[in-house]
Ligand binder design. Sequence first.
Ligand code: UD1
Length: 331
Amino acid sequence: MKILVTGGTGYIGSHTAVELIQAGYEVEILDNLYNSKESVLDKIAEITGTRPVFHKVDLLDFPGTLEVLRRGFDAVIHFAGLKAVAESVEKPILYYENNIGGTLNLLKAMRETGCRSLIFSSSATVYGDQGVARLDETMETGRGITNPYGQTKFMIEQILRDVCAADSDFSAVLLRYFNPVGAHASGLLGEDPNGIPNNLMPIVMKVSTGEIPELSVYGDDYPTPDGTCIRDYIHVVDLAKGHLAALAKLQPGCTVYNLGSGRGTSVLEMVKAFEKASGAALPYKIVGRRAGDLAELIAVPDKALSELGWKTELSIDDAMSDTLRFLGKNH
Ligand code: UD1
């Protein structure tokens, strides 16, 4: 089976490309390298022995995208998109244009070339604020989304539902990720965002290397046992494997799965786990709450287990030691 991975040099895309190649899939990558490096392809080659065919193409370039799709693919896994929440609030047009426009171009190119299977990199952010901690796929989405990034994920989900409704042969799987963390066990691949990071683990990594003096913990007055927010952190390799499970079960229609562990970890527990793995104290200070943060968000991952036979296997401690191995090889 031949798979196109958009955004395949990025954090989750590269780990998924590795798992796909190791499982025997033929993989090609399309990426504009906006937030990733071409050298990731060498790392994928080092791990798997195969360097995927690479297309440096922006999905907003329709002729370029069509040319890639003309090579013929059985399915597309669509990661490419902008993902910085705060930036999306400042630059909504950029986010809507890139994420929605890019997806529409991809779908048009798929239609023109007869490819009708897509796995979409969605996010738990589509649940908005449900007023409860545990989120399952039956919940109504879209209410209480606080930023354009989240809106684009919600809107793309809707677009894919409509595409499936209009074309009974189209297969779409919407994978709602919880909080991806960790790195490849080889230490060769990991999260390496360009510019100033927004998410917890990339900031923790930069604090540990001294590039950022200390972690600001956003609030310790939430209604949780230690007062800091709780999230469902999922090892990126487990997450990557979720895409292979979805690929194996592709069927016409639009299906949605949470990809999470079902377990919650607080910000301070994440700090402690990192300190345990590194053997060094991580400087942090408690500051005020960050706008838009919710106290507790945890996946109900039962549907992915019962229908895809997928569940997480790696722990927070695995994620921390893999992150440190990646840091050791890259700093
Ligand atoms: C965020 C986005 C979410 C997006 C996801 C992508 C928000 C409100 N939500 O999720 O839409 O899908 O990233 O990965 O931005 N924290 C600190 N200090 C920091 C950074 C984070 O204390 O410097 C805390 C946050 O308050 C939160 C936890 O760490 O409780 C995780 O934060 P983050 O990694 O940004 O993920 P989310 O906010 O869950």
